[in-house]
Design a binder for this molecule. Structure first.
Ligand code: 5CA
Length: 157
């Protein structure tokens, strides 16, 4: 039995045609990328961080899908999106995604989010993304991440 937030991610996967991807709830925290990597025994670079930023001019939310081994270079991302970006508070993240920080998945959000994908994620055959809670993950390929997030690959780091 999945918790309600993890179940919502599983259902979003199924609705989008990714029923073969299965959200798993782990016995230990997956709140941060290092914790998630420890929980499943993978490299931290294989963990997909889902980071929400807000366009300072448009007010629009952007979802940055970033390898756990890398930090976002905000200037670089601002050049790609054409406006300054602000780091929103936890309440904004919950409102636009429908999920709490530490569990934000790459799909199934409360509103459509423009997604940008870190090219470093394409270096791995298998990735793990958050599954709706700070103890839930699901495994997927880079191609599946692109397909289910609708994200475009742009340099983020
Ligand atoms: N479950 C893990 C691995 S998939 C996870 O969700 N990691 S994460 O990196 O995508 O989510 C944590 C991120 O949320 C942090 O890197 C940070 O950018 C952001 N964050 C943490 N606390 C806050 C806060 N108080 N306000 C806004 N953003 C925050």
């Amino acid at each position: 039995m999945l918790s309600p937030s993890a179940q919502r991610v599983q259902e979003a996967l199924e609705v989008r045609g990714f029923a073969h991807l299965r959200v798993q709830e782990l016995p230990t925290s997956t709140r941060t990328a290092p914790e998630a990597a420890m929980a499943v025994g993978c490299a931290v670079g294989q963990i997909v961080k889902s980071l929400v930023f807000r366009g300072a001019q448009s007010g629009k939310p952007y979802l940055l899908l970033v390898s756990g081994a890398h930090r976002v270079d905000l200037k670089r991302v601002e050049e790609s999106v054409g406006e300054p970006l602000e780091k929103p508070d936890a309440e904004y993240v919950r409102r636009v995604t429908g999920f709490a920080i530490g569990g934000v998945p790459p799909l199934g959000h409360a509103q459509p989010l423009e997604a940008l994908v870190d090219p470093h994620l394409l270096d791995y055959p298998c990735l793990y993304a958050a599954g709706g809670t700070p103890t839930a993950l699901f495994a997927l390929s880079p191609a599946e991440l692109l397909a289910l997030s609708g994200g475009r690959v742009v340099p983020l780091c």
